[in-house]
Design a protein around this ligand. Structure first.
Ligand code: SIN
Length: 174
């Protein structure tokens, strides 16, 4: 079983795996459009975390984890609980840089979940990320971890890096 991580699962998978590989998911893009009331925000004051948005010709780089068959049910149960704030599992085809593909699972928070926030201006996303805090830590830490993890992978994501840079500008201006 392979699981694709494109958000917190990149830097904090919290399950054991047999292999970890850079992978690309086609026709989806990563966006800070999902509200978080259980990890990086609280009810009434949600943080903003990433989800995948369907976009033909778009793509999203992340990490594919290979889990052994014996422990895969436990991994799914653990992730179903962790991602319960609006995410559901989808089966997808993952692309590796050598051109090979594999079937995998990914957690997506669609527009029909009650925590979904949808698009907003970068300025509004920055303001929300700077103020939100939840049981897993600050929303700013989530953004920093994501941006640093993508750099470590050699991945460029203009949406994430632009928000990171605007957050940093706000902090520098304080
Ligand atoms: C993921 O990392 O793949 C899902 C979104 C998140 O938990 O940040």
């Amino acid at each position: 079983m392979w699981i694709f991580g494109y958000g917190s699962l990149i830097w904090n998978p919290s399950f054991s795996y047999q292999d970890r590989r850079l992978a690309r998911l086609d026709n989806w893009v990563r966006r800070f459009w999902q509200g978080s009331t259980d990890h990086r925000g609280v009810p009434g004051y949600p943080g903003r975390v990433v989800t995948l948005i369907s976009e033909p010709a778009g793509h999203c780089w992340g990490v594919a984890y290979k889990c052994g068959e014996s422990g895969s049910q436990q991994v799914i149960e653990k992730l179903d609980y962790r991602e319960k704030g609006g995410y559901h599992r989808e089966s997808v085809t993952l692309n590796f840089i050598d051109g090979s593909t594999i079937e995998g699972l990914v957690y997506v928070a669609g527009p029909d979940n009650s925590d979904y926030l949808g698009p907003a201006s970068e300025a509004d996303i920055v303001t929300q990320i700077l103020s939100a805090q939840g049981p897993s830590g600050s929303n700013r830490e989530y953004l920093n971890n994501l941006a640093n993890s993508l750099r470590d992978l050699g991945v460029t994501d203009r949406h994430v890096f632009s928000i990171e840079s605007k957050v940093q500008s706000e902090i520098n201006a304080e």
